[in-house]
Design a binder for this molecule. Sequence first.
Ligand code: DGL
Length: 271
Amino acid sequence: MDSRPIGIFDSGVGGLTVARAVMDKLPSEQILYVGDTANSPYGTKSIAQVRELALNVMDSLAKRDVKMLVIACNTASAAVLRDARERYEVNAGISVVEVIQPAARRAALTTKTGRIGVIGTEATVNSGAYLDALSVVPGIEVVQAAAPKFVEFAEAGITTGDEVLAAAREYLAPIKAAEVDTLVLGCTHYPLLSGAISYVMGDDVQLVSSSESAARDVYRRLVEEDKLRDPALGIPEPHFSVTGDEKKFAPLAQRFLGPRVGNISRLEVSQ
Ligand code: DGL
């Protein structure tokens, strides 16, 4: 058992989709979330810039005595994975979970035709991280597309409407044309737009969320490393910090993490 917190970080609200999935699976875990909103978006920056920003945030989380660091951002995962393993796992004994390998594994297990689509930020797509991760699986063909506006929409809390659907149609056109049967949401912001994405792709395409896949990895690693927090300690409140404006972050975080249950009334149903 290990009662220390799990540090989760992203450039902004996207990592909340990972935090949500971790909290659903492991409600007894203490979450310390950091959104680097002062420097968001990461996806339009160079890998070298993202690397510097991400290591900075992760260093600050590592100082808060976390047992695990979750890189809840595909762009940051593409930029720092190897450094992070050495810097935190090997040198400081902090487990590191990222989002790309778990999502690639899940996509390879999900596809039946071997044709997989990947959407992500420009930096993630250009890094080729998903191509590398899936190249070890024989018989897989990958089609990638960057979907930069999706991050803006998610950060603004816009998840429906003509603008979102028009962007989805434009970004997803080459992926639809390649007749994939599986689509990786290779950015942790994108599950917030999964309604529009699955509407455009159609029901016969399976969406693989990098957020959900990473949360399964968190679960597996904590069990295998015997680092679960004792459930007898109760369900702790998660803690959120941002490097930018906390007033902008609060309502979005509330909405994306799940609204509190209020307004409950009793319904009388006549027999
Ligand atoms: N959520 C991040 C990802 O998974 C990136 C969003 C951004 O561009 O900051 O790639």
